[in-house]
Design a protein around this ligand. Structure first.
Ligand code: NDP
Length: 448
């Protein structure tokens, strides 16, 4: 069969086998659409049916998570872990706790993770998990009881050489701590089964910063290809969680001005820039008080755009750092009309396919999530290395490794795009460079 026909057949099977899972379909299509030239050059991938194998998770786990709220009511959530692909190493990928979590969302994230982890050059397979539990509005004790119940089941399936989950939306340091404690209690072993741990008990310096910093480092590499830098650039950032916070911090360090942050309630616009002091306020507000971003507008007297995302605000560079499909085609057109020259994706799949097409066809600097936000998982990989060696590296050492990994990821995407005749198209470049390594490893390992 010809490459195009193979791709079409595999995609149709994905639609039929995974009905209604629109986010998963979207993520698969985006990758498959880039792979035609690769299959033409490598008929061995077609012969070994690599595409159909790669779109099917190796293992899918779904389980009941019963827990008790503070009023004594018995509550039930659904837990998941998708162990997607282990060709390159143990499954690795975060745990999302959000009411929208379902199989489709976790499968899209797990699928993306496989390619992202491949790009990091570290030995990590891909997986993703989580629950439809919403930590927002819950007491610390309720969150702890949920996390303990979740880990009581999950602990059977993970391990330092099997599957090493991490944080994601709704899973920060607090949740990782509760889950780690429960694992240790049940298994009677202190091993690196989660990343994103606190420093005192096996965490890595720079892990909290890594996704945001990495996304900005990746953007810096894109700017360099046009002889440009961050000096004086106006940047819009969405979200106000882990990724958004450290994106703003690194942008400030590199001489750019971040002017927005958001949450599911709305967006704040601070034309004077979110400087270090204001960022410290955001970190306290979001990580400790668990408040709403509107309080920033109240404190600093800036505009609050209720229910709005930041994409209508004029900027040079945009950093979507909240959630999937947060930039649609109209947002993309608005960004382009307002002179945006760069989009670097901190969130996973934040641009709809139509929005991504706008960025690619208008040839702006566009860093797709699986490349631009890979710094988080890369530093999780570094945390695993430190755990294995029972060593801790310095802040400078980890940051330098992260920076070099982001430079290398950019280089791989850029070179793959050139090699396959799509110069500058980092979407295709990321998909191809990530895919080839996994496909070759799957071939090496036989029919798995
Ligand atoms: P956090 O939970 O720390 O923050 C998420 C932020 O996004 C919050 O401000 C939240 O607002 C907002 N948000 C979440 N869902 C929605 C929604 N449906 N609509 C509008 N706003 C929303 O998560 P992270 O910062 O860790 O993750 C952000 C993104 O980055 C995700 O796509 C994640 O998959 C991705 N990512 C994270 C990595 C990491 O290391 N943490 C690594 C790679 C990617 P609110 O509080 O109101 O819900």
């Amino acid at each position: 069969m010809k490459a195009d026909a193979v791709i079409k057949a595999v995609y149709e099977k994905v639609l039929a086998r995974n009905p209604g899972e629109t986010e998963f379909h979207q993520a698969v299509k985006e990758v498959l659409d880039s792979l035609g030239p690769v299959l033409e050059k490598h008929p061995e991938y077609i012969e070994a049916n690599i595409l159909e194998r790669i779109v099917e998770p190796e293992r899918q786990l779904m389980f009941r998570v019963p827990w008790q709220d503070d009023k004594g009511n018995f509550r039930v959530n659904r837990g998941f872990r998708f162990e997607f692909n282990s060709a390159l190493g143990p499954y690795k990928g975060g745990l999302r706790l959000h009411p929208t979590v379902c199989a489709s969302i976790l499968k899209f994230l797990g699928f993306e993770q496989v390619f992202k982890n491949s790009l990091t050059t570290l030995p990590m397979g891909g997986g993703k998990g989580g629950s439809d539990f919403d930590p927002k509005g819950k007491s610390d004790n309720e969150v702890m009881r949920f996390c303990q119940s979740f880990m009581t089941e999950l602990c059977r399936h993970i391990g330092p050489d099997t599957d090493v989950p991490a944080g994601d939306i709704g899973t920060g340091g607090r949740e990782i701590g509760f889950m780690f404690g429960q694992y240790k209690r049940i298994r009677n072993e202190f091993t690196g089964i989660l990343t994103g741990k606190a420093l005192n008990w096996g965490g890595s310096l720079i892990r909290p910063e890594a996704t945001g910093y990495g996304c900005v480092y990746f953007a810096e590499e894109m700017l360099k290809t046009r002889g440009d830098s961050f000096k004086g650039k106006i940047c819009t950032v969405s979200g106000s969680g882990n990724v958004a916070q450290y994106t703003v911090e690194k942008l400030n360090q590199l001489g750019a001005k971040a002017v927005t942050l958001s949450d599911s309630g709305g967006t704040i616009h601070d034309p004077a820039g979110i400087d270090a002091e204001k960022l410290a306020f955001v970190m306290e507000l979001k990580n400790v008080k668990r408040g709403r971003i509107k309080e920033y507008a109240d404190k600093y007297g800036v505009e609050y755009l209720e229910g709005k995302r930041p994409w209508g605000i004029k900027c040079d560079c945009a950093f979507p750092s909240a959630t999937q499909n947060e930039i649609d085609e109209n947002d993309a057109k608005t960004l382009l009309k307002n002179g945006c020259i760069l989009v670097s994706e901190g969130a996973n799949m934040p641009s709809t396919p139509e929005a991504a097409d706008q960025f690619v066809s208008n040839k702006i600097l566009y860093g797709p999530a699986k490349a631009a936000n890979a710094g988080g998982v890369a530093t999780s990989g570094l945390e695993m290395s430190q755990n294995s060696q029972r060593l801790s590296w310095t802040r400078e050492e980890v940051d330098e490794r992260l920076h070099n990994i982001m430079i290398s990821i950019h280089r791989q995407c850029y070179d793959a795009a050139e090699e396959y005749g799509m110069p500058g198209n980092l979407v295709a470049g990321a998909n191809i460079a990530g895919f080839v390594k996994i496909a070759d490893s799957m071939l090496d390992q036989g029919l798995v």
